[in-house]
Design a protein around this ligand. Structure first.
Ligand code: SF4
Length: 442
């Protein structure tokens, strides 16, 4: 049997799940538990899996992790197995029947109950506090839960329900407490960032929120994720221009470009409006790096639709891009109204063709940085290299900068995580940049 009073928390899925896990870890530690967050090295007698349930692969990964831990329990290495998060939020009854090895299931929002069910006390006064599992210099900042959109392929609203924005005061208070802990960089996240505030303030308030966060002393970089293209709040671009600490970076999922696909996906935006939006963003915030997500193989996608998508990617030159093949999700509008009629081999062929095109774009983008002097934040050291990111790189998903140790003269001390350093970019491959540190900023 593993360590008494030790709990292993395993987080699957997205950074929004990670924030929940970090808050749960803090509450359990306040109750005297020792908590680990390393699925590779389980140590505890209790395991809590924070699951993901939004698409097939993610569900499979969650189930496999639960089964792996159930086996450890059968081997007597685990006393209790607890499951929480999106998979159990979505399939609560089914999972209880199919996985009797699991002691207790919780959803996505009642994880606080875990603390009391384990005999502890939930500390409401510390509800904004968390134990960071990211490197201490950056944190994910979740500004709302849920989503009011109804994209035809997406199960997230089924799992998370309607959008619930946190108040600006509550978020700014959390930012101040994160700064006090040494955080200098924030990854701002939500299910749908640009809708922030419509439920609480009756209108989009993302620009006001980022304006307030940008004024918190000590925050050096604020990076925005999960923006939605329809009724995009243009005032947000003015905030980006006004503040150096708001990264010239925007993650905005576009999914497709052809009018027939955009309307079938229920994205509430047209082909022309999308072109205009990208043009406006690039004109308003010169040098901005755009990350997007595209989907191929959605029901009804023709060769012509796909060709439009390739032309759009050639024109838009997204600095960062992820792409997926459509997978039908039960309960979604798409599953209930469309036949999944694009054959798998066609989906995969379109996906690889799209990613090959993007690889060329990404290579051009990275090569264009050779010779430039860029501000880099150091994340870690690996071998003879320090690994960092520019303001155009979000952790885990975007390229990195590999820095040779700084020239000895004139400074002796080497670099450390959380430090900003000026780097001369000397070379690039299709993904990462390589360079030398010239001047240490802080
Ligand atoms: S906006 Fe995002 S989270 Fe919301 S329904 Fe659409 S794809 Fe899903």
């Amino acid at each position: 049997m593993n360590c008494r009073n030790t709990i292993d928390i395993i987080t699957l899925g997205c950074s929004k799940n990670l924030v929940d896990s970090e808050k749960l870890i803090h509450q359990l530690e306040l109750n005297g538990y020792k908590v680990t967050h390393d699925s590779e090295n389980p140590k505890g007698e209790i395991a809590i899996v924070n699951t993901c349930g939004f698409i097939g692969d993610a569900k499979e990964e969650s189930i496999n992790m639960i089964l792996e831990l159930a086996q450890r329990k059968q081997q007597g290495k685990l006393r209790q197995l607890i499951v929480m998060g999106c998979l159990s939020q979505r399939y609560f009854q089914e999972l209880q029947t199919e996985l009797p090895e699991v002691d207790r299931f919780y959803g996505k929002f009642d994880w606080k109950q875990i603390v009391t069910d384990l005999g502890g006390t939930y500390h409401k006064e510390a509800s904004n506090e968390r134990r960071l599992t990211t490197p201490p210099h950056y944190a994910y900042l979740k500004i709302s839960e849920g989503c009011n959109r109804q994209c035809a392929y997406c199960a997230i609203p089924i799992i998370t329900g309607k959008q619930k924005s946190r108040s600006i005061e509550d978020i700014v208070a959390e930012v101040e407490s994160l700064v006090a802990k040494g955080v200098v960089e924030l990854q701002v996240i939500a299910q749908e960032l640009t809708g922030y505030g419509t439920d609480l303030y009756g209108k989009q308030m993302i620009a006001e929120l980022i304006e307030r966060i940008a004024q918190v002393p000590g925050i050096k970089w604020i990076r925005l994720h999960y923006a939605y293209p329809a009724n995009f709040p243009m005032e947000l671009l003015q905030v980006m221009k006004r503040h150096d600490n708001v990264c010239k970076y925007l993650d905005i999922a576009l999914q497709h470009i052809s009018d027939s696909q955009l309307s079938a996906m229920r994205r509430h935006i047209t082909r022309q409006q999308t072109y205009d939006l990208i043009e406006t963003i690039r004109n308003e915030v010169p040098g901005i790096h755009l990350r997007t997500t595209l989907m191929v193989g959605f029901p009804g996608e023709t060769e012509e639709d796909f060709k439009e998508l390739l032309d759009f990617v050639k024109w838009a030159k997204f600095e960062r891009m992820g792409a997926f093949a459509y997978s039908e999700e039960e309960g979604t509008y798409g599953a209930e109204n469309y036949e999944d009629n694009v054959p798998d081999d066609v989906k995969q062929a379109r996906l690889s063709k799209l990613m090959r095109l993007q690889q060329q774009v990404s290579e051009e983008v990275q090569q264009s940085k050779v010779g430039q002097l860029l501000q880099v934040i150091i994340d870690r050291k690996e071998g003879n290299y320090f690994i960092g990111r520019t303001e155009y790189d979000s952790p885990e998903v975007d390229p990195e900068v590999l820095i040779k140790s700084p020239r000895p003269a004139p400074r002796k001390e080497s670099l450390r995580p959380g430090q900003f350093v000026q780097v001369k970019i000397e070379s690039a491959d299709e993904f990462d940049l390589y360079g030398a540190a010239l001047e240490i900023k802080n």
